[in-house]
Design a protein around this ligand. Structure first.
Ligand code: FAD
Length: 500
């Protein structure tokens, strides 16, 4: 097959940017078409009255994965960004007034655990030792960075997954190591970071605990959006093009192959298409039904879409020393709250909150003496039928008032900026089906081979990257999806990896 000349990437989320850098480095003249007026997608930036907010991702993990994208573009992470380690990674406040500074420091972790349950402190090493080989399989042996699209590959992996206990529900597995409710939470909640249910997600996600310990949790001056900007700048320096305000309406398919991409105003003929848009949106809304044998409308409707988020962006004319850079404030209910979000799809009166306060580390993100805070409450996706126009103001009041009672005194009277994002914004702003915040739920039945593949199963020359594809959500996950896409393209076009 001759080397094609140009590629179009739909969407400039982290997956799209990484895909575009990799395509450009493989010799494709690459154009990103982005619906919005800035890159990043979920990682876009919100600025108002001198306050700067990362709209979504805030914890930087797996710097080695971030670096691999820069290296594909001929540079390095160290050359482009300064990373600042965070210690603790996050402070977790429990309903009973106790709290825990979660970090990668074994002795600091055990010392805190000993106070709650000495036997749990003794089990910590074993937990980490058992998480290590799972991390190795996914991150070091390349499972996450390779297309998981053969049934044979899955069959080969199953015995290993069983041996590593990677298929047991995570919370159940964690409960075998730890007795105290706090420790059971701390070592099982990570799937929530990527839209998964800790009580049903497979223990393969124990790897996140190990990943954070091995590679740390970081911040970069300016916030996560500095990473977005660094990738976008690199792509443009490499000769790539980003066109903003271009919502793709259709991927044209001829004789089973993607041949062009259409927006309202233009047509972009191309040799290859990568979609970074929501998987369900890509198949259902952009590709004519007669070109979809696997991802029919009925199949897309059956996707188990991940949960969503209710977010407040607060510019506050006051400093709050009670907040760490990353703070979790938990409801007394864990399992039942998770069931409300994932199974019952209702919005209860109580909530667990995650607060991102980057001004604790980088005061330049707000005016002097002020704090830039975002508050995230995980909520059911829009299959809940909730009318967010009605509920948003109610929920906003509830959250602000509960934060004041918790210790952020004078929060409401010091508010300078208040912006609210609901599942409707994910659905309509980001074209995410059912307002999902993390693509498809990372359940056992939507993991690996069973997740939408990076090489389209319906259309030749179409590839998919981003949270809904293999390996899944989270910044490292979507960057790895672009590496898996690169491997598919190299195979399909007979490109030699060494020639890159
Ligand atoms: C609130 C929140 C907090 C998070 N926190 C963290 C964290 O701390 N750490 C972490 O690692 N991960 C975190 N995540 C997960 C992480 O942000 C996402 O998994 C990741 O950013 C998704 O990237 P993506 O490549 O799938 O693209 P997306 O960010 O989903 O971007 C897709 C892009 O496609 C564009 N698009 C869609 N349809 C079209 C169309 N038809 N035409 C043109 N453009 C289109 C959209 O405008 C968007 O820019 C968080 C997510 C959320 C929502």
């Amino acid at each position: 097959m001759s080397h094609p000349r140009n590629a179009v990437v739909i969407g400039s989320g982290f997956g799209g940017l990484a895909a575009a850098i990799r395509l450009q480095s493989m010799g494709f003249a690459t154009t990103i078409l982005e619906k919005h007026d800035q890159p990043g997608g979920r990682a876009r930036q919100i600025r108002e009255k001198g306050y700067v907010f990362d709209a979504g991702p805030s914890l930087i993990t797996a710097p080695s994965v971030l670096d691999s994208v820069f290296r594909a573009g001929g540079t390095t992470l160290a050359e482009r960004l300064k990373l600042v380690p965070l210690d603790p990674y996050y402070r977790v406040h429990f309903h009973d007034g106790t709290w825990f500074d979660y970090s990668g420091d074994t002795e600091a972790m055990k010392a805190q655990m000993r106070k709650f349950e000495p036997r749990d402190a003794d089990a910590y090493d074993k937990f980490i030792a058992d998480a290590k080989p799972i991390h190795k399989a996914v991150m070091l042996d390349g499972l996450g960075a390779s297309p998981f699209d053969s049934a044979l590959g899955m069959l080969k992996f199953i015995p290993k997954a069983i041996r590593l206990k990677a298929v047991i529900p995570l919370y159940l597995n964690v409960s075998r190591y730890f007795r105290d409710f706090r420790h059971r939470f701390l070592f099982s909640f990570h799937p929530l970071f990527i839209g998964g249910n800790p009580f049903t997600s497979p223990s393969i996600y124990m790897m996140i605990s190990y990943l954070e310990k091995a590679e740390g949790v970081w911040f970069t001056p300016g916030g996560m959006h500095s990473l977005v900007a660094a990738y976008a700048d690199l792509f443009v320096e490499m000769g790539g093009t980003i066109r903003y305000g271009q919502e793709v309406r259709r991927i044209d398919v001829r004789d089973g192959r993607a041949v062009s991409v259409k927006t309202d105003s233009s047509e972009f003929p191309c040799d290859l298409v990568v979609s970074n848009a929501d998987v369900g949106h890509t198949y259902r809304d952009l590709i004519d039904a007669r070109n979809r044998r696997k991802y029919t409308d009925a199949k897309v409707a059956k996707f188990d879409q991940s949960m969503s988020c209710f977010l407040l962006y607060l510019g506050v004319k006051k400093k709050y020393d009670k907040l760490e850079h990353h703070t979790l404030i938990l409801s007394e209910r864990y399992k039942e709250l998770v069931r409300d979000i994932f199974d019952r799809k209702v919005v209860p009166e109580d909530f667990s909150l995650y607060l991102h306060t980057p001004t604790r580390t980088d005061p330049s993100l707000a005016p002097d003496g002020c704090e830039s805070i975002y508050v995230l409450a995980p909520v059911a996706n829009n299959r809940s039928g909730v009318d967010w126009k009605t509920l948003a103001p109610v929920m906003t009041e509830r959250i602000l008032s509960s934060l004041e009672s918790w210790g952020l005194e004078g929060l409401r009277e010091n508010l300078d900026v208040l912006k609210v994002v609901t599942p409707d914004d994910f659905q309509h702003g980001l074209n995410s089906l059912d307002g999902n915040a993390f693509g498809l739920t990372p359940s056992l039945l939507q993991t690996g081979f069973l997740r939408p593949h990076n090489r389209s199963e319906d259309v030749d020359n179409l590839y998919l990257v981003g949270a809904g594809t293999h390996p899944g959500a989270g910044v490292p996950g979507v960057l790895l999806s672009a590496e898996a896409m690169e491997k598919c393209v190299r195979q399909d076009y007979g490109l030699d990896a060494a020639a890159a």
